[in-house]
Design a protein around this ligand. Structure first.
Ligand code: AHR
Length: 307
């Protein structure tokens, strides 16, 4: 029972008649702010109307926003799911209304992959593996136990699950590398600071902090300094994202290594929307290209870093 008026069912519309509804996670991190800006700017540049909602990291708000886009009969719905589970009902509603859905940044764990047309975003397991590889190499010659604290992203979110998995798989190669504590800081700076403060009390001899994003790593830096220690030296820090503040801390020697996760998904999302409008099938999985940064590489990259 496809609703009439959607780009996919009625053939190409002029771009200035297309309407896309985007349900964003929130504004929890520097990465998210850069991602929102890039998406809004890309749609403006393409001359496509973008309806935008901020779910403040709550799944129920995102579901509400998607339902309202269905009611408004937008041409395409795009969203970055706060958590992986619990999307089938609302995605089936979008499907029944004939509105194609694009996942950006984060995945859903649905068994039915006909519920979305494309998933554009990073390989979070690979990001965790890259972080783990740096730690493995850094302590390759150490015969002593290396105590690691992990600051997890939002519980149930794809990047939190996958970055933990990739990291654990790689560091398992060296039994000296031991995650002594692992807790969520919800991808925020305040969360990273609070959790680190608490965990430093129970683990004062920790060697390294692996934070699932820069913001939590930046919060950890504040907690380490407040405890009278030197971040990057007394306690090493590895993070994911490579946003400007993270890169600055890396260049300043307070973070030791960053795995890049690019928030610049706007142009590729516009391309997917245009393909759908033209009646073409976009690729089901589009993986973002990403690199890693050492302290020296951060000094070089910082002056031209866009976000
Ligand atoms: O889903 C991407 C993650 O979400 C980013 O790494 C993090 O900073 C953000 O909040």
């Amino acid at each position: 029972c496809a609703t009439s008026g959607n780009a996919a069912s009625d053939g190409p519309k002029p771009l200035d008649e297309l309407v896309v509804g985007f349900a964003q996670v929130g504004a929890e991190s520097g990465w998210r702010t850069a991602n929102t800006k890039d998406i809004q700017a890309s749609f403006e540049e393409a001359g496509i109307e973008l309806k935008f909602s901020d779910a403040q990291q709550k799944q129920e708000n995102q579901i509400k926003a998607i339902r309202s886009y269905i009611q408004q009969q937008v041409d395409v719905i795009a969203f970055s799911p706060v958590v992986e589970t619990g999307w089938d009902a609302v995605l089936n509603e979008a499907k029944a209304a004939g509105i194609p859905v694009v996942l950006t940044d984060r995945a859903v764990d649905s068994q039915d992959d006909s519920l979305y047309v494309s998933f554009l975003g990073s390989d979070f397991v690979a990001e965790g593996e890259k972080a783990g590889q740096w730690v493995l190499d850094e302590y390759a010659d150490s015969s002593e136990s290396v105590k690691i604290i992990q600051l997890e992203g939002t519980t149930g979110a794809a990047p939190a699950i996958d970055r933990a998995e990739g990291f654990a798989e790689v560091i398992a190669e060296n039994p000296n590398l031991e995650v002594v504590a692992s807790q969520t800081g919800d991808f925020t700076r305040a969360g990273g600071k609070q959790v680190t403060e608490a965990l430093l009390k129970s683990n004062p001899d920790v060697d390294l902090i692996y934070a699932h994003n820069d913001d939590m790593g930046l919060g950890a830096i504040e907690a380490i300094e407040a405890a009278g220690m030197e971040p990057g030296v007394d306690i090493k820090i590895v993070t994911v994202d490579a946003v400007k503040d993270g890169m600055q801390a890396l260049a300043d020697g307070k973070i030791n290594f960053i795995v890049e996760c690019s928030p610049l998904l706007g142009k590729q999302l516009v391309d997917i929307v245009k393909q759908i409008n033209d009646g073409e099938a976009p690729e089901k999985r589009i993986i973002t290209e990403e690199t890693t940064f050492t302290q020296e590489e951060a000094i070089e990259a910082l002056p031209t870093r866009q976000y």
